[in-house]
Design a protein around this ligand. Structure first.
Ligand code: GLP
Length: 370
């Protein structure tokens, strides 16, 4: 079997431009996480076939965590039902806790075997995972060899990534440099707290891990970074729309020519096109969207809704709302009234037998003109 090669641009599947002027990495949003996972698995399978047809190895960079589990499940299904073979596949995992025995519950070796390797026809010698059993003194040499092995195989064809709450990719915690390579790192407090459940208490989470570096990841030909769930929305927005910074290592992906975020609808909610769609495109000003925009404006300017002025609307990109439903005073009053009507001493609804005819409107409705 020949080794891999650096693919030409036309072989890469990610070529589309970014989706809004705020997004610095292409983002694809799916209604359901499972659809995103199937799409990623399909792209991986295409690349495996493409390489196999040329009698070449396909080199995959793999991630752990809960996010890629459904991608692996789909690859296993493709192997069983569609005959997808992994005989020409070489894998490199991103990271492993240190120290860690491969048979331990939290080991990424064990994770990968349980979710993928034990169910496909990959050759055992083609599986590479950072070794958590090494003596600390032997780690630097192991890491250097890990990098060299990837290079000798022609580099990674497709790299799969998750994203941690600190914005880490692999275990590249805040402070990791753009050129960092595979190395031993110290885990961030947030990461250890997130892993506490897996280890039955934060005190049991290892303090260190071996991880491929940001530089190693950026060397991959094509990258899919996956995030599912509302709890990822904020960090996804920072990585996609924020400044490139070592404090959010995923933001370095903005400089990769063939990287794409694959999100479910919940993880996309922090992006401007969902949070403030009126800043991105022409919108239809429904009551709900009007309320969302006005509350956003009041929060942004730290002003009470009834004090928002024409100037405020104009300067913050809400001219179109003014044109449709202005003047500002009318919009302010409409939204304020709605909010006012949500305030009640009966949060679960007033029992019908206690309702008075006047209960439908609020006490001070009459001070505002209709
Ligand atoms: C760990 C892994 C990362 C992974 C992250 C998110 O920190 N080292 O590679 O992206 O967890 O995990 P999850 O997908 O479970 O949210």
């Amino acid at each position: 079997m020949a080794t891999g090669h650096i693919p030409d641009a036309h072989e890469l599947t990610i070529t589309e431009p970014v989706s809004s002027q705020f997004e610095k990495i292409p983002v694809q949003v799916f209604g359901q996480a499972i659809d995103a996972s199937k799409e990623i698995a399909r792209r991986i399978a295409d690349r495996i076939h493409f390489r196999a047809a040329k009698d070449e190895n396909c080199v995959l960079g793999l991630a752990t965590g809960s996010t890629p589990v459904s991608v692996y499940a789909e690859l296993v299904r493709m192997h069983r039902e569609d005959g997808l073979s992994f005989k020409n596949v070489v894998t490199f995992n991103l990271d492993e806790y240190f120290p860690m025995q491969p048979n331990e519950l939290q080991s990424y070796v064990r994770f990968m075997h349980e979710h993928l390797f034990d169910h496909i026809d990959i050759l055992p010698e083609n599986i590479n995972i950072p070794d958590g059993t090494l003596a600390k003194a032997d780690v630097p040499e192991f890491c250097a060899k890990y990098e060299t092995k990837i290079e000798l195989l022609g580099g990674i064809d497709i790299q799969i990534l998750g994203i941690g709450r600190t914005g880490h990719i692999g275990f590249n915690e805040p402070g990791s440099s753009k050129t960092s390579s595979t190395r031993l790192i110290t885990l961030d407090r947030v990461t250890r707290s997130d892993a506490a459940g897996d280890f039955f208490g934060e005190e049991n989470v290892p303090r260190r891990a071996i991880t491929m570096g940001v530089g190693s990841i950026l060397s991959a030909s094509e990258i899919y970074i996956i995030a599912y769930g509302e709890h990822k929305a904020q960090i996804v927005a920072e990585a996609v729309e924020g400044e490139i910074s070592p404090m959010v290592s995923a933001s370095f992906l903005q400089e990769h020519p063939h990287c794409r975020f694959m999100l479910d609808i919940s993880a996309a909610q922090g992006l401007t096109r969902f949070r403030c769609p009126w800043l991105v495109e022409q919108v239809e000003w429904t009551d709900l969207l009007t309320r969302k925009a006005v509350i956003w404006l009041a929060r942004l300017l730290d002003k009470p809704i009834l004090k928002l002025t024409e100037k405020d609307y104009n300067e913050e990109g809400l001219q179109d709302l003014l044109a449709e439903h202005g003047p500002a005073y009318d919009i302010n009053v409409q939204v304020f009234r709605h909010l006012q009507r949500t305030i009640t001493g009966w949060p679960a609804g007033k029992p019908a037998d206690l309702k008075q005819p006047g209960d439908v409107s609020r006490p001070h409705d009459d001070i505002f003109p209709k």
